[in-house]
Design a binder for this molecule. Structure first.
Ligand SMILES: Cc1cc2nc3c(=O)[nH]c(=O)nc-3n(C[C@H](O)[C@H](O)[C@H](O)COP(=O)(O)O)c2cc1C
Length: 200
């Protein structure tokens, strides 16, 4: 049976200069060659109003509305797999990705109430398999307090998803990678991408 794959991207880099988009496109290409009948649905958060809305005291009462939250939660319930890609922005995921997560991490929709005994909250998206694809300017480990890859892994596991081994492409701001075309740069991790696509 053909599966539905939701591809969520949240970089603010120009598309042709983006390492996270190059990584995502390469992963999707490898996945599609293995699963030609699956349907790919692209969700670039730059184009979604909800991803531009930050939760505040003022909008708290209307934030989780049909258009901005429930529509996207339903989308997660209707697909089989999610590919989510994010660069590191100030030691975390991009603001677009954070705003997306703030909308879809909703009690009784994507997880059972979380302030029960530790470990007792139950994820409600157990049907999902997730592939995390991340980039960061610095090599891995330079900023031990910032790990957007682990943040995403833990968050998707919290909602019950099975998370494939994430791929982090680190050091995009360091030469020679910084002066390499992003598509070409992916050749250095081609094996890793193919390996992950096979397991996804
Ligand atoms: C606003 C902003 C904040 C960033 N913060 C960090 C950071 O905290 N740590 C880091 O290693 N790289 C940081 N970077 C570099 C990006 O993670 C890196 O250039 C990434 O490859 C950009 O996204 P892309 O993969 O779509 O090209 C930052 C970039 C921007 C634009």
């Amino acid at each position: 049976m053909a599966k539905k794959i939701l591809v969520i991207t949240g970089t603010v880099s120009p598309a042709e200069k983006s390492f996270s988009l190059a990584l995502t496109n390469r992963f999707v290409k490898e996945y599609q060659s293995l699963n030609p009948n699956d349907e790919i649905i692209h969700l670039d958060l730059n184009n979604e109003q909800m991803a531009h809305k930050t939760l505040s005291r003022e909008n708290f009462g209307t934030y989780f509305n049909e258009q901005d939250a429930l529509k996207y939660i339903n989308q997660l319930k209707e697909v089989d797999k999610v590919i989510i890609s994010s660069p590191m922005n100030n030691f975390n995921v991009s603001g677009l990705i954070k705003n997306y997560l703030d909308h879809v991490l909703l009690a009784d929709q994507t997880f059972s109430y979380k302030y029960v005994k530790q470990g007792d909250a139950k994820g409600l998206l157990e049907h999902l398999t997730v592939q995390i694809l991340t980039t960061q300017g610095a090599p891995f480990g330079w900023y031990p307090w910032g790990n957007h890859t682990e943040f995403l892994k833990g968050t998707w596991e919290f909602v019950g998803a099975k998370v494939n081994t994430p791929i982090l492409f680190a050091g995009t701001k360091i030469a020679p990678v910084s002066t390499t075309n992003p598509d070409e740069a992916m050749n250095s991790i081609a094996d890793k991408i193919i390996e992950a696509a096979k397991k996804f």
